[in-house]
Design a protein around this ligand. Structure first.
Ligand SMILES: C[S@@+](CC[C@H](N)C(=O)[O-])C[C@H]1O[C@@H](n2cnc3c(N)ncnc32)[C@H](O)[C@@H]1O
Length: 346
């Protein structure tokens, strides 16, 4: 089994593999196309944003439970800066993307059994927590593919009127969504911006070269499989507030950024998306959905995920922020675990 996984891992998929899906030790490869009746983007829930009020929409849910490492840091040093919080987050989250999940699950279950047989309560508690986290990650990321969700993202990104676009990814982390966009609209350039250097060196730097992104062949217009090393990507380690670009991007993208700003700062975060956009360009944003599953995820994975201010919102709340931030909403809806919006400045 291990050998098969290793071989699969080192091989590149081709156009002949279209339609397949495979479970590797750390993630799913999904080259399935949507069938006629399958919907990966549930769209069109609000017809007129100017009619929606905050009273009707309600406010987002704030995730309050903080990671242990953050609490410990703050006991010693006082409040953790926002940038340091992201540095903690990126390091702890990245570890989960590179795990051999089935292997670690087997090990953690074995350890749990040993601790149980010795009746050591604190060790049982610890091992149980790790087994639960691994099982949840196995389901949410590896089996369900909720974090990357390539079919949902492709459905959200479909139908843009762009040719060889320049794409700016604000708070890029590992850069996944910009690479999916590039595969669908190839030949331009991606600029990724993240002020945490670890994102450039490790999260993006070690993103698997063999992960296939389904997209288009610009020569033939047919399907083509793209890989990270075939794309034109620049990764800037820079604070978004210090970026020196003009209005030069066809697409400005963020994934999981807006929900990290309390209401008094959301306007500024939305302005960043407008500032570097060409006239006629698209803004694409996603945020985690307000649903029971997500509340459970951020509770069980608190020590890995919760270093920064975080809200969960539904698509009406997200849309209202974007609309009030001065954008016309072209498409809105939700995919597996995120809301998604495609917009243009009004
Ligand atoms: C929650 S992450 C985005 C979610 C991402 N898809 C992931 O898997 O983690 C947000 C990213 O934005 C970066 N970021 C936040 N504020 C920033 C700023 N002012 N300038 C540059 N990067 C920033 C953080 O370092 C972090 O990597």
């Amino acid at each position: 089994m291990e050998l098969i996984n290793a071989v699969q891992h080192s091989l590149r998929y081709t156009e002949d593999d279209a339609g397949i899906t495979e479970l590797l030790p750390s993630y799913r490869v999904d080259m399935r196309h949507a069938k006629e009746n399958e919907k990966f983007f549930n769209a069109g829930l609000v017809s007129d944003w100017s009619n929606l009020t905050w009273k009707e929409a309600g406010k987002p849910y704030e995730v309050k439970i903080a990671a242990k490492s953050k609490r410990e840091y703050e006991r010693e040093n006082g409040e953790m800066s926002v940038k340091a919080s992201w540095e903690y987050f990126n390091r702890s989250f990245h570890e989960w993307f590179v795990k051999d999940v089935p292997d670690e699950l087997t090990q953690s279950k074995r350890e749990l059994k040993q601790h149980l047989s010795r009746f050591r309560f604190s060790e049982v508690k610890e091992a149980l927590g790790e087994t639960v986290r691994l099982s949840l990650w196995n389901y949410a990321h590896r089996i369900e593919d909720g974090v990357w969700d390539p079919r949902g993202k492709r459905a959200l990104f479909e139908g843009l009127d762009v040719h060889k676009p320049r794409i700016l990814f604000l708070g890029a982390a590992e850069g996944y969504e910009a690479m999916q966009l590039y595969a669908m609209y190839p030949g331009g350039e991606i600029v990724m911006a993240d002020y945490d250097e670890f994102c450039k060196t490790d999260r993006f730097g070690h993103f698997p070269d063999t992960y296939p992104f389904l997209g288009t062949n610009p020569q033939t217009g047919h399907m083509k499989v793209w890989y990270k090393d075939q794309m034109n990507i620049t990764f800037l380690v820079e604070d978004i507030r210090n970026l020196q670009f003009g209005k030069e991007f066809d697409i400005v993208l963020s994934v999981g950024l807006l929900e990290h700003f309390p209401d008094e700062l959301k306007h500024e975060a939305l302005d960043w998306h407008r500032k570097f956009l060409k006239p006629g360009g698209y803004v694409i944003m996603t945020t985690p959905r307000l649903q029971l599953k997500s509340k459970l995820f951020y509770t069980i994975m608190a020590d890995i995920m919760n270093h920064t201010y975080r809200e969960l919102m539904d698509i009406r709340q997200m849309g209202l922020y974007v609309y009030e931030g001065g954008f016309e909403i072209l498409r809105h809806g939700f995919i597996k675990v995120h809301n998604g919006i495609v917009a243009k400045p009004r």
